[in-house]
Design a binder for this molecule. Sequence first.
Ligand code: SAM
Ligand code: SF4
Length: 345
Amino acid sequence: MAPDSPTSPAAVVPSPAHDLIDAYQRHINYIRVSITDRCNLACSYCMPRDRVPKLHHRDILRYEEILRVLAVGARMGIKKVRVTGGEPLVRKGVIDFLGKVVAVSNVAEVALTTNAVLLKPNVERLARIGIRRINVSLDSLDRQTFKFITGSDLLPAVWEGILQAHQVGFAPIKLNMVAMKGVNDNEIEAFGRLTYSYPFHVRFIEVMPIGKRRTDAHALLLTPEIRRQLERRLGPLLPVPARAGDGPARRYRLKGAVGEIGFISAISRHFCADCNRLRLTASGQLRPCLLSDHQVDLKGPMRAGCSDDDIRAIILQTVRDKQSAHRLGRGLGPDICGQMSAIGG
Ligand code: SAM
Ligand code: SF4
């Protein structure tokens, strides 16, 4: 059992400052915040062929508003914040904002999810403000395939950014690879081999049916198949013991590797029983679950002058609203209407 799983003793005995326990005894201590729905790439599993209408600037939460929500949440027991998007590094002032997130009392860890297109020029400043953990989307090590998936020929910039972050001491660097049949499944072995040379955590992700996108159900590649391919070519995957804060990925290592391999299997093996998170969308909606369109508005009340106690009540209500498990089965199932870029992956 993972040390922070909902049924472990540490999880069911709340600390006095901890209000955030849901109806299924899950301890909610993590929030993901999408700070923009804009992106400098257009990945096939995240964006449709036609442009999705972007939020008007006035409809995007201001940094001060996000910081206010985080300060209230941190007093209730939120310990970890991940800043994501869209592409967070395209939003003006993001590094100063991240510095302020790091300074929010009671927040022990601030992490960033990025496509790394703008990582190299920002990496030193990120390190200086105290960010050490980044997740990078990297779906192909082949320039043509990368361009096919993302719409841009930017693999060299992305790879340089990743190497620069490694040199500066970011660890662990998690590389998220959305595996798609007939698109990049011929690179599963190459991604596995990366872990022999670099201490990166390569995580294979199943495509989720979220928003309008170009990738359809035919591309869905489930974890058991990815795992079979890896083991057939590179040998057995040795389990790495779970640690508190591991999140949904199951962790493994190849013999002799310095890095790790993980699987995020929202479809084939959902991890709802261990879910510890909320999401704040770019437009200021609080979501109890990525894979449900239920959300509660925070922006409206904040702009109408609500108190911190009102924000606290909305956070509590959203935690109470968390469903026990998402309803996606095998296949891409019923779609989630919101765009991943606005919800925050
Ligand atoms: N732009 C940043 C990036 O790509 O890392 C942050 C935002 S992106 C929405 C966050 C993560 O969501 C990425 O790792 C991406 O691979 C993942 N993602 C987006 N759409 C997805 C989908 N339909 N299924 C599974 N993962 C998805
Ligand atoms: Fe942009 Fe990230 Fe979505 Fe790709 S996955 S289009 S990089 S937000």
